[in-house]
Each structure stands twice: as structure tokens, then as C-alpha cells.
Design a protein around this ligand. Sequence first.
Ligand code: SF4
Length: 401
Amino acid sequence: MRIYSYSRIATYENCPFQFKLRYIDRIKPGTEGVEAFMGSRVHESLEKLYRDKSMAKTPSLEELLDFYRENWDKNLHDGVVVVRKDYSIDNYKEVGARCLEEYYGRYFPFEQAKTIALEKRIEVPLGEADLKFVGFIDRLDRREDGTYEIHDYKTSSTLPNQAEIDQDKQLALYQLGIEPLWDDTSNIELVWHYLRFDKELRSKRDHDTLDKLKNEFLSRIYEIETTEKFEPKESALCNWCGYQDLCPSKKHAFKVAKQKPEDFLKEDGVKLVNRFIEVKNKKKELENEEAKIKEAIFSYAASEGVDVLIGSGYKLKLKLLRRPKYPSKSDDEARYDALVDLLKKSDLWEEVSVFNQSKLLNYLKENKVKEDLLNSIKSYEEIVEDKRIYTSRLKDIEDER
Ligand code: SF4
């Protein structure tokens, strides 16, 4: 059976390499971000609240917070990491407690609707016998007017706007799982609780949107199942990734982050990077310096009326060349196109147009060449190594999930 959840697909979209490690190689992440840890504890507490409620027992706020704090302490492990170094684990523990307090204050006595299920597993067949979507709904409610509500708790530090919520895919997929379960599910509302903001957001989906979403989901699954490359995709989310020690894009940073400053500077990779940047910066400085001296040489030569200058063991012969220049595509596209049109209409085009290698490569990449021609072209192909280094500054953490 091929089973896909929303988080599987989202993981692939965020980083194919992380997807491979987690779902294909089945490697457990080495660390857990404190935000995810806090989210789990808050979810458990709200689950307990509504479970008690369904048993005619409403826990007091103190009881709920005690449950949350006990669970926090019981589950805390060495792998929980705080990425934002300005804050401690206790700060996050307090944020979670505040989420619960505000939720409690807003919804007490929790009788807005009838709770039908908690942590409800839903399944959506995806058109092939062995393929389905599986998800868990935090809470499924039914209001007095017969509307079903799919509730989801979020403890993230960013609040989406209404347009973003109307595009959200996760709860819409859950709607697909609820609709066939009963014969009175024609009205379904999607409800998000952004607990850190004490904010409730709502949205609805029509059937056209749901069909489109199902197709999108299916084509993403086909992409996953046919891809051969699961490349690392760096983003702000890397800071919270539990596979940094295995990832080619983060492994070195992960290794050296643990070293003392004196050892850090002695590490071979760090030494090579520092030397490379030093040489690169020097080269840039020297190129700037060379351009300035060149200008000075020409103005000195012009003022002296000479074209040869003597130094210690060297002489410089100066030449000022004036050559014609025609517009290139990057300079001035309109003039470039006009010139090309002019040449195409003349006999000169055959003589001056050249074979464009990068255009050919693009055609091949996009499968725009017929097979017999492709094979003939490929017989001229050789693989060369092009070693490139892209430099960028290390950034502070920009974003939090
Ligand atoms: S560290 Fe970043 S690039 Fe590497 S696997 Fe994790 S998310 Fe992907």
C-alpha cells in the first residue's frame, strides 16, 4: 500500500533530501526543535481537555496546566534543541502554557459544538487500489445547525492572513476524508486555532477546489515516485532540521558548530574557506587597483605625449584601440533584435550566426529534440567537470516555522 500524508508531501516540497532520509531510508532525526516539542505538548493537553469534556468532566485551568507541565517534564529529552539562542527551553514552556490559558479563557465552557472525534484518522482513496491519503484531524465537531467543523491547533510564531488560509491544503484534504463518512456532511468548515495569537481563522472549500487539490496531490505523488534525485534544498527551515549531521549542505556547519573557537579555526575545511575568501577579496582589491593605475598611466602618457613608459626592468607599451561595438541582447534587447532581423533578411546571416551551445543544452533538457536526432547529437557529447564555488555570507536565523 502506498500511503501519503500531508506532512510527507510537505516534507518533499520543503526538501527532497530530508524526505528521502525520513521516508525512504527511514532514519530517525537526531534532534527535535523545541517549537515542535512544545506543539506536541499543547496538542496533547487540548486533546485531554476535550476527552474529559466528552466524559462530562471539565478540567479546571490549573488542572490543564498541571497536565501540560507534567507532560513537558516527562517527555523532555536531550535531543530537544533551541535554535533561537536568545530564548531558553523554559521560555517555550511558558509560551505553550500561555497558549492554553488564552484558549481556555476564550472557549470555556467548551460548548460551542458537539465533539465527534479527537485525533480522528481519515483516509482518502486516490484513484488507484493501493494508493491513499491518510491524515489525523485534531478535533472534529458538529454544530447545532448541522455544520461539521475540522479543527486544527497551531503553535507557530507566524500568523497567516485570510488569503493564505483560503489556499491552505492540509485541512481541505481532511475535508475529502470526512465527506463520505456520513450522509449529512454537505456543510463543512475548516477552523484553525493560531494559539500564540489567540486567533481563530475559518475557511470553506467547494468541490471544484477539492478536485483540483486532489489532482495536484496526485501529480506530486507521481513526481516523488519517479524522481531519481532527492537533492538537499536549503532554506530557513534547515535550522530546525534533525538531519543536519547527514546532509551534505549542512554537515560541515553542524560539525564545526560544536567546536571551541580555537579548534574551529584549525579545522581543515574552515582554514580552506578562510584562505579562499582572503585570496578572492585580495584579487578583487588588486583588480580595482589595477584599473585605477591603468587610468593613471593613460592620463600620464597623454600629458607627456608618450606611448611607452619605462619602469625598473619593465616597459609598458600603450595602445588606445577604438573598435566598433554592436548591441548585445543583455545591453539593449530591442536594438539587438532589430539588428538580427536585418541580418536575417540579408545573405550575411549564414556567415555571422553561430552555434549556440547553451540553447542546445536547454532544448535537450526540455526533451524538445526527436529521438533519432537526439541520439546523433549525444554521440558528440562528453562530460566535463565544471567546479564552481558560490560564496555567500552566513545569515542569522531569519524565520521560524
Ligand atoms: S538541513 Fe536543510 S537541506 Fe539538509 S536535509 Fe535538512 S532541510 Fe534539507
